[in-house]
Each structure stands twice: as C-alpha cells, then as structure tokens.
Design a protein around this ligand. Structure first.
Ligand SMILES: [Zn+2]
Ligand SMILES: [Zn+2]
Length: 330
C-alpha cells in the first residue's frame, strides 16, 4: 500500500513539514553553488557554479559560461527551443522546477538516498561511475481538489491552473546510453573532484528529463520492454520521442517534436554516510492524520512519493516548486 497523502489538518504535521524548508537565503545560496554545465557544453565543455553562468533573458532557463557560447548556441539550437519568459513552456517547466528543487536540502537528501538504491551503491559504490540516475520529471495540478472537481464535472483540464513539480521515476541508465552532455559533465566533474571521490562518497550524476505525458505512459512502457538493442546513445530520448511521433497527427505538438528536449545534468558528491545509512535498511515515517504514523520501507517508490508529498504540502510555495504554465500564444 502506498503511503497516504499528507493531510494539512494537524498543526504538528504542518510544523514538522515547515521545519524542513530552507530559508529564502539558504535556498538561493544552495542554487548559486550548484555546478551546472554551460548550455553550449558540447562546444565549450565548461561547468561552473550556477551563479557564474549568464541566463538567457528570454526563457530564463538556458545558462551560459560566456556571451560567445550564448550566441553560438542561439544560432545552432536555442533559437528554436527558447520560449518566452514567465514560468516557461510546459515542455521546459518540469526541468526548470527540478533544477530549483536542488536548492532544498530536504529534497536533495532524499534524492541522494534514492540514488544509493537505484544505482545499488551498497553492493558496489563504483556503480556510480558506470550509470546515472535518470529523473523523469513532470508537473501535476497543484490544487488536486480543484482538479478533481473539474474532472467529476466532466470539464477539461484547466490549462492555466497552477502546477507543481512531481517526480515520475528515478531509474538507473548506463553511462554509455545517456546523452553526450551528461556523460561529459560527469567525466569533467570526476577530473575536477578526483581527490575527493571515494567509495564512501562517490560522484552521482542526476539526469533530469521530462517524463512522457500521462497518456503516453502505456505506450512508452511497451517501448521500454521491446526496445532492447536499439540503444546506442539514445535510450533516454527514444523513450520520449517515439510516443510523441505517434501522436503528432492528433496534437499540435508537431513542431516541438523535432526540437531538442530540455534536460539538465548535475553531478554531485554523495554526502558522507549516505551509503552506510541506506545499508541499515532504514524506515521512512509517513505522517498521516488519516492513518496515524506509519513506518514504510525506504524504497524508490516510497521515497519518491514522500518527495512528491513534500512538494504538494508546500502550499505557500516556499520551495518555489509551484508555477503557472505559460500557454503558448500562437
Ligand atoms: Zn532561452
Ligand atoms: Zn560555454
């Protein structure tokens, strides 16, 4: 049984949740220190702290190490990919929010714990050198009750409704099957942090991609099963690109299917003690006013659900993981 949704009625649960939120300053500092590859990484090969990169003024998502990189990337790729400011296009929004989420220790900690399981670092910490954690991100209606009311009333989804980040899955993908940027960032960080890497604190690479849209789930699941062999450097993309091509005729997403998808790769050093902690098979306490406190195993699924609940609980948007999607104007 998956853990029940948090309820907000009990003030002690509310306080427990609020205590895990970073302050505005902490959040900003964490984000600033995050090492992120230049969007034009294929050409320049640079990874820098986020605060030292210049952001595209239009989409506020793509980040560059220099003006030269921005110009070159604009001509080659970004011009077609860039969407007007605001919160960003529905395509880019999940990635943008996933990046912001890295500023929250409560989320990052859980992601590190999940990475230990997904990459099986307890059995062999060097697994982190051969595979990355692929994080499929999506956005879901932030106000679930309003969403349900509309659904039961037979109304279509409200395209302007506030959404929040939700993690669809954390999976292990062999390094050989990730995109070049992710592979290179990982290698780059390995060189940079060489002396600090150990079996206790391996480097873990997270590769954030947009999850396939809900309707496409069943199709992409089949794809995964039958795909075998057709991997090469594609695995991550085929999963998303294939179902999209099929629906191209029915939806107006036709133009966007040919565009490169936004993705984000971040390589981080696992905090000390994370593997040892996960090796103790810790339990997660799920606090629910409906079912009282429940102990559940820390599986990828349970931890992911808890993460998503944490985001959902943040109704005042302190984590800034809620946003209004920009509806394409044309
Ligand atoms: Zn842009
Ligand atoms: Zn660059």
């Amino acid at each position: 049984m998956p853990p029940a949704h948090f309820k907000l009625i009990d003030p002690s649960i509310r306080a427990f949740h609020d205590a895990t939120l970073p302050t505005r300053e902490e959040r900003r500092e964490n984000l600033n220190n995050l090492a992120i590859p230049c969007a034009n990484f294929e050409e320049c090969g640079k990874t820098k702290p986020r605060s030292e990169l210049k952001v595209c003024a239009k989409c506020k998502l793509a980040r560059y190490c220099s003006q030269a990189c921005q110009k070159s990337h604009w001509r080659a790729i970004h011009k077609a990919q860039c969407s007007p400011a605001g919160e960003g296009s529905p395509q880019a929004l999940p990635i943008k929010l996933a990046e912001r989420a890295l500023a929250a220790p409560v989320i990052l900690d859980a992601m590190f714990n999940i990475s230990v399981l997904v990459l099986d670092l307890i059995t062999d910490p060097t697994n982190a050198e051969r595979a990355v954690v692929k994080v499929a991100c999506q956005t879901l209606a932030a106000d679930i009750q309003a969403y349900m009311r509309r659904m039961f009333a037979g109304l279509p989804k409200d395209p302007g409704a506030q959404v929040c980040l939700s993690y669809a899955s954390f999976t292990s993908v062999p390094l050989a099957e990730v995109d070049e940027k992710t592979r290179q960032t990982a290698a780059d960080m390995r060189v940079k942090l060489g002396a600090q890497i150990s079996d206790e604190q391996p480097l873990v690479t997270f590769w954030f991609v947009k999850a396939p849209d809900e309707k496409e789930h069943s199709e992409s699941d089949e794809d995964e099963k039958e795909e075998e062999g057709s991997s090469k450097d594609k695995t991550g993309e085929t999963e998303e690109a294939a179902p999209k091509d099929e629906k191209a005729g029915t939806k107006k997403a036709i133009e966007s299917t040919s565009l490169p998808e936004y993705s984000l790769s971040v390589t981080l050093r696992l905090p000390k003690g994370t593997i040892a902690y996960m090796a103790t098979k810790p339990k997660e306490i799920v606090r629910s006013t409906m079912l009282a406190d429940q102990e559940v195993e820390k599986t990828e699924r349970n931890m992911r659900e808890l993460l998503n609940n944490t985001i959902r609980m943040d109704t005042s948007n302190k984590l800034r993981l809620r946003a209004y999607p920009t509806v394409a104007s044309t």
